[in-house]
Design a protein around this ligand. Structure first.
Ligand code: HEM
Length: 484
């Protein structure tokens, strides 16, 4: 019996508990081992079955029984959300967190996850309040974590800052962090970013010149991702020709094992590849071999942090934050945005009627509606009350930004994409201390990509859109489209 048969899933149930006499019979669910399908990695997989709804047994082999799963006997994700506790690393949540967010906002706005010493906040105002109360939180444990990292904690413990080598930007102690952030923003402030517009447009059109004649291409990996990675390569002193390699490394760096929520195989090797690309760029700049002086690297070299100058490796780690943040998020937002425009032809026509003025607000709605990054974490530094709940030192908060962006308390019809929504505010770039340093660049790139793509490709068909399960970056990592 092939385990991967399309409509069969393996349920691992102790053999002796299976009261199945003949293959092919239909039995009430509770006859099969008397319990829901397997808790695996702390979650339910395959999807739990509806109690008492009969299921067809296809075969029994060893410790596995094969069931024919249909819409009638499997729960929907909304039903699962009502019956199970939210866990960002459960397989069902990593597949589609949106029904869970609704459930959390409506019924559990302050949701305890004792297994991680953490509280999840899902309403817009509460997520904003976490970001705005940043003096009460620290990021020594990072602003992101996987299941393994979040499962380790010491109750009541204060921050343990890593200092050597200097970690990724967000993990640094506040004073050091402020200095590093300033240096890293050397070419990310509005004036410097505006000066990049012509170059971004040129690279965008050069790629379209190559892709349009192919009639079918991957909008995330071959188009928007290359434009985005190219911009940050230019800042970090990495040859623009290496944009595809940087993009692949950035995508792998934020990828999670879709079953465990942990690091995928090759994660460490990939991180080292990315760091080596960055170390080479720093060495080239120090040796005066870069195409132009690179303000980000120069400013980081000038700094004295913790009584010492930054090493080549320190600087490489820091600029890798720019390569990561700058390469992998924007293409997913853009690809999802194109999908929404195609689903809503009247909205697409409205945006296209005046691309010069409409691309900007349309991209802003994409930032609200299509953001792949689901949450960021903080650790409590001093007791603070959020949503009426007092948080203690050492507890973690999980700020669910995409839930906040869909909060019906903040937006009318939040689950509807609306290109000209009056978005007075959203959480797409976070807020407060760690507000995205690349927001100006991302907005400029998003606007130009939309303008040039829709101007030259007014009609397209989405052939394949892949959104790999992930607790963190749940976005279209690959989207193929075709043009007539
Ligand atoms: C559409 C594109 C983008 C989105 C949706 C996005 C989103 C975000 C969000 C939500 C945060 C806040 C993290 C937190 O609160 O812990 C963040 C931080 C960050 N972003 Fe972006 N980002 C985008 C583009 C970029 C670009 C283009 C760059 C680099 C040029 C970048 C670099 C960073 C860095 C380095 C941080 C960490 C900042 C810190 O911890 O202080 N991002 N981003």
């Amino acid at each position: 019996m092939p385990a991967a048969h399309c409509c069969c899933l393996t349920a691992i149930v102790p053999r002796q508990a299976v009261r199945v006499k003949r293959m092919g019979q239909t039995v009430p669910y509770f006859d099969i081992g008397g319990r829901p399908a397997i808790p695996m990695y702390g979650t339910l997989y395959p999807p739990p079955l509806r109690p008492q709804v009969p299921v067809s047994v296809i075969a029994v082999t060893g410790f596995s029984i094969y069931l024919r799963l249909t819409a009638q006997n499997t729960m929907t994700t909304a039903e699962i959300a009502r019956t199970s506790k939210y866990d960002p690393f459960s397989i069902a949540v990593m597949r589609d967190p949106l029904p869970y967010y609704k459930e959390l906002r409506d019924h559990f706005p302050v949701h305890h996850m004792p297994q991680y010493n953490a509280w999840a906040f899902s309403r817009f105002e509460d997520v904003l309040s976490i970001f705005e109360n940043d003096a009460h939180f620290h990021s020594a444990e990072g602003t992101l974590s996987n299941k393994e990292g979040l499962s380790k904690f010491e109750k009541g413990a204060g921050p343990k800052w890593q200092k050597d080598p200097t970690p990724l930007l967000g993990f640094n102690e506040t004073e050091t962090y402020g200095k590093l952030r300033q240096a890293m923003m050397a070419e990310l402030k509005p004036k410097s970013v505006t000066a990049l517009a012509d170059d971004i447009r040129k690279r965008t059109n050069a790629l379209l010149d190559k892709l349009i004649p192919q009639k079918r291409f991957n909008v995330t990996l071959d188009f928007a991702g290359i434009v985005a990675a190219g911009s940050v390569c230019g800042m970090a002193g990495v040859p623009v020709e290496d944009a595809a390699e940087v993009l692949a490394a950035a995508n792998l760096a934020t990828k999670q094992d879709p079953v465990t929520g942990g690091f995928p195989p090759d994660w460490i090797k990939n991180r080292d590849t990315l760091l080596e690309i960055c170390r080479k760029a720093v060495r080239r700049q120090i040796a005066g071999q870069s195409d132009r002086p690179l303000p980000v690297i120069e400013k980081l070299r000038e700094l004295e942090v913790e009584g010492r100058k930054l090493t080549v490796n320190d600087i490489a780690i820091l600029i890798s934050s720019i390569l990561l943040g700058g390469s992998e998020t924007l293409p997913k937002v853009f690809a999802h945005g194109l999908l929404e425009l195609n689903r809503n032809p009247s909205q697409k026509a409205e945006v296209m009627s005046d691309l010069e003025n409409n691309a900007r607000p349309a991209f802003e709605e994409m930032l609200r509606y299509c953001g792949p990054a689901q949450w960021f974490m903080r650790t409590v530094l001093t007791p603070v009350t959020i949503a009426g709940h007092k948080l203690e030192v050492g507890e973690r908060v999980v700020a669910l930004i995409q839930s906040g962006n869909r909060d019906e308390r903040e937006y009318p019809n939040p689950d509807q994409f609306q290109w000209n929504r009056p978005n007075t505010r959203h959480l797409g770039f976070g807020n407060g201390l760690h507000f995205c340093i690349g927001s100006h660049l991302a907005r400029l790139e998003g606007k130009i990509l939309l303008q040039e793509f829709l101007r030259r490709v007014p009609e397209y068909t989405i052939e394949e859109a892949v959104r790999t399960p992930s607790s963190f970056q749940w976005g279209y990592s690959s989207m193929a489209l075709s043009i007539a």
